[in-house]
Design a binder for this molecule. Structure first.
Ligand code: UDP
Length: 330
């Protein structure tokens, strides 16, 4: 297929792009490079530098041969920032998706995959969380993904666009060959921050609260490997052939506490990784674990990286060889 990947220079988008070109798809990456990295884009993909907020730039990206499908990763992604700068998120994330959908439907694109989020489950009634759980965004960021899902609902009804919304839990890890990985500025995610301590870039990791109602008092999350997320995108793309749109929750199915992550990182890196308990972070839920049985049952997806040490070892390979991220590859 000929595919457009927005945000293909970002963390998850770059891993999916790599897999798509390896499977023989023709990929055009559309990325503003404000958060993404040129060096993250596979050389076999075309890179179009542009901003989804610029509708003419989006239209120009559609000027060539038609796209068989779109994978939409481009987004602001920080939950905390979205609560401090709500209009940045509401404006940019929603308008970007709207511009993309407006141009895509005008060009009769038939397949669309949206990067969605576990931040849609702010008040889960059941853990692990399946797709029947009521959608209650936990932040302005989550709200913008919710709107993305809602826009797709109408695009299907009005234009026959088939879509898959993939709700990632805690994306982590790096490509096994260590050439692409996670590089956010600023970094806010637990695993890269823990590994920055092992690299000597930070003195310690702060645990955001150890008085939660969990076995060791720290929050439990479902860490799903970026390569497993990538394979889910390929399966979802193929599955759209049957004409049915779908939503899937994507996690590894296991929950690990913050303390377990730090302990696993100590084993993998051999570094003592000092940890200091700090106050809770606003908005954190005690437990977020996905029930991914639907995608397993319907598409045969399996999380290959189901072991925390294996996951952290793959992230470590990337961070150890690229302590300054993509700046080390220029
Ligand atoms: N966390 C922490 N210290 C940090 C960063 C994160 O204790 O420096 C915790 C955070 O409270 C959450 C878990 O680690 O319980 C995962 O956080 P992350 O920001 O990686 O992902 P989120 O679950 O917020 O999407």
């Amino acid at each position: 297929m000929r595919l457009l990947v927005t945000g293909g220079a970002g963390y998850i988008g770059s891993h999916v792009t790599r897999l798509l070109v390896e499977q023989g798809h023709e990929v055009a990456v559309f990325d503003s490079l404000t958060a993404g990295h040129r060096a993250a884009v596979d050389v076999r993909a075309q890179l179009i530098v542009g901003d989804l907020l610029d509708k003419e730039a989006v239209q120009r990206a559609f000027a060539g041969a038609p796209y068989d499908g779109i994978l939409h990763f481009a987004s602001h992604i920080m939950v905390g920032e979205s609560m401090e700068r709500p209009f940045k998120y509401l404006h940019d994330n929603v308008l970007a998706t709207m511009n993309l959908l407006e141009v895509a439907t005008a060009h009769k694109v038939e397949r669309f995959i949206l990067s969605s989020t576990a931040n849609l489950f702010d008040a889960p009634q059941r853990i692990p969380i399946n797709e029947d759980e009521p959608l209650i965004p936990g932040s302005v960021y989550g709200e913008t993904k919710f709107w993305g899902e809602r826009m797709l609902h109408w695009m299907e009804r009005l234009y026959g666009l088939r879509y898959a919304c993939l709700r990632y839990f805690n994306a982590c890890g790096a490509h096994p060959d260590g050439t692409i990985g996670e590089d956010h500025h600023p970094e806010t995610h637990l695993i890269p921050l823990v590994l920055q301590v092992a690299l000597g870039q930070r003195d310690h990791i702060t645990i955001y609260g150890d008085d939660y109602d969990t076995p060791d008092g720290t929050c439990i999350r479902d860490y799903v490997h970026v390569m497993d997320l990538a394979s889910a995108h390929l399966l979802a793309l193929q599955a759209l052939e049957d004409g049915r749109s779908r939503v899937y929750n994507l996690g590894s199915g296991s929950g690990y506490s913050v303390r377990q992550v730090i302990e696993a990182a100590r084993k993998v890196t051999g570094h003592p990784i000092p940890a200091v308990v700090g106050p809770r972070r606003a908005g954190d839920l005690p437990v977020l674990v996905a029930d991914s049985q639907r995608i397993q049952r319907e598409l045969g997806w399996e999380a290959e990286f189901d072991d925390l040490e294996k996951i952290i070892a793959s992230a470590w390979r990337w961070h150890k060889t690229h302590p300054n991220g993509y700046a080390d590859r220029v």
